[in-house]
Design a protein around this ligand. Structure first.
Ligand SMILES: *[C@@H]1O[C@H](CO)[C@@H](O)[C@H](O)[C@H]1NC(C)=O
Ligand SMILES: *[C@@H]1O[C@H](CO)[C@@H](O)[C@H](O)[C@H]1NC(C)=O
Ligand SMILES: *[C@@H]1O[C@H](CO)[C@@H](O)[C@H](O)[C@H]1NC(C)=O
Ligand SMILES: *[C@@H]1O[C@H](CO)[C@@H](O)[C@H](O)[C@H]1NC(C)=O
Ligand SMILES: *[C@@H]1O[C@H](CO)[C@@H](O)[C@H](O)[C@H]1NC(C)=O
Ligand SMILES: *[C@@H]1O[C@H](CO)[C@@H](O)[C@H](O)[C@H]1NC(C)=O
Length: 401
């Protein structure tokens, strides 16, 4: 979806509804109704002008601040208020929430107040998020390096003294100044905090899908997008190499699982694939297996066939717990098995997390927290969190494994 390319505004980590082909031999997930709804949605996205999007973003942030209530299901934490630091004077001292278990390979994270022009993330909030997420995983991925967020996350990890590694990221759009400014803040964060808590750097989030759409993997639009990502990566790599770090930092990209190819693979150290069974039109019972099949066929196989065999990760996988409106409250597989619901979120956790750990899939669960700013995209977009926007765990049981 062409959400990018609008000056300094960055639109990030909105799981795309478009282009979820069926893996060979998999269930055929699409109904004709669903296809036409997708098309409408995509056209709707195209028609939104830059100014309109900017206005909506501003409006969403304002209403996010005003709206204290929210509508997502939530329950009070058993260990006090998850919305604040337990001990602001020493963030390394905090109560563990007995409902949380360090069972996920990784988690996708966007801090509040880290999307321009609405920066304003506070260190206290970011540090609190590190306290919470470190009880679920040892690894998080970020989406951009705007608003000084790389340094704030590394500071939060340091202050909370938690065992966490991060994958910082640059959100690429057509504004080169904007891309370079993010590269600079990553460089500064590395200079300040070192590389102990960094595993790799991601350049671009759904850049190829946003710019080449569903054009074929041999189309000129696709090849142009790939070449842009390759050149951004080369540029960042030159900077990183010039720092003479003692640790090798792989540099790759994240995008829709369907855009991986041997051509893309040739210029990246790793590929992170968004694989969304909900947008694939799946019933919850088939979601985990489909995710495995899709990732093997569309990502693992082309990576292995690529000259430098980039590492592959699942950048986003999850299931939404509710929808903004009824028309977009189902994957297309019927109710209740295709519903965006807490019950289906629970089933996905129960059927995916420990199984994926056991068979060595390196995935980032999508996502840490509900994100009200995504209300501009409608449907299920704001409701993918394990926690609601106020940092209350949803009514779910985190698997132990
Ligand atoms: C910090 O977190 C609190 C509680 O979740 C929230 O109300 C507030 O808006 C957050 N502030 C920022 C700047 O993110
Ligand atoms: C970025 O965040 C770090 C960690 O909180 C802080 O020390 C630094 O002053 C911040 N830099 C800017 C330019 O705000
Ligand atoms: C970055 O540069 C190093 C050293 O030249 C090289 O080994 C690595 O493959 C490069 N990574 C990318 C993605 O170009
Ligand atoms: C890996 O786990 C997934 C569930 O996440 C499952 O569907 C798949 O069959 C497993 N693969 C193997 C090889 O066990
Ligand atoms: C669902 O929400 C989207 C985004 O807010 C909106 O564009 C659409 O009209 C809504 N549909 C219904 C049926 O309310
Ligand atoms: C939480 O989910 C359980 C089923 O897993 C249900 O029995 C219970 O009523 C739910 N609680 C709330 C507050 O929704």
């Amino acid at each position: 979806m062409p959400r990018s390319g609008s000056g300094s505004l960055a639109y990030q980590n909105v799981p795309s509804e478009s282009y979820w082909p069926t893996p060979a031999g998999g269930a055929a997930p699409f109904t004709p109704e669903r296809r036409s709804r997708k098309k409408w949605w995509i056209i709707g996205g195209v028609l939104l002008g830059t100014a309109a999007i900017a206005a909506i973003v501003a409006g969403v942030v304002v209403s996010q601040q005003k709206n204290k209530g929210g509508s997502s299901s939530s329950s009070a934490s058993s260990s006090g208020n998850n919305a604040v630091l337990s001990n602001p004077n020493d963030p390394s001292v905090f109560d563990k929430d007995s409902r949380l278990h360090q069972s996920m390979w990784g988690i996708a994270y966007t801090a509040q107040g880290s999307i321009p022009p609405n920066c304003g993330a506070t260190q206290a909030n970011v540090t609190r998020d590190m306290q919470l997420l470190s009880q679920l995983t040892t690894r998080i991925r970020l989406y951009s390096a705007n608003c000084n967020i790389t340094a704030m996350v590394l500071e939060g990890i340091k202050a909370a003294k938690v065992d966490m590694k991060i994958w910082p990221a640059i959100y690429i759009n057509s504004d080169e100044t904007f891309n370079q400014a993010q590269a600079k803040t990553i460089e500064e964060a590395i200079t300040t905090y070192g590389t102990d808590h960094i595993e790799g750097i991601t350049v671009g989030n759904e850049y190829i899908l946003n710019t080449a759409g569903t054009n074929s993997l041999s189309s000129s639009a696709y090849l142009a997008s790939v070449s842009k990502i390759h050149s951004e990566i080369k540029q960042l790599n030159a900077t990183i190499q010039s720092m003479k770090l003692s640790k090798h930092l792989p540099i790759g990209t994240s995008d829709a699982g369907s855009v991986m190819s041997t051509t893309l693979g040739a210029g990246i150290d790793y590929f992170m694939a968004n694989v969304h069974p909900y947008f694939g039109g799946l019933a919850i019972a088939d979601a985990a297996k489909w995710t495995w099949d899709f990732f093997q066929e569309f990502d693992v196989a082309p990576a292995q066939a690529s000259v430098n065999k980039p590492a592959v990760y699942i950048a986003e996988v999850g299931w939404p717990s509710q929808s903004m409106n009824a028309s977009a409250a189902n994957s297309g597989a019927g109710s209740p098995q295709g519903d965006a619901s807490v019950a289906n979120l629970q089933t996905f956790l129960d059927t995916y997390v420990c199984q994926a750990n056991a068979n060595g899939t390196h995935y980032f669960y999508f996502e840490a927290f509900d994100e009200p700013w995504k209300a501009q995209y409608g449907g299920v977009e704001p409701y993918w969190g394990l926690f609601d926007k106020d940092r209350n765990l949803k009514n779910i049981t985190i698997p132990t494994c």
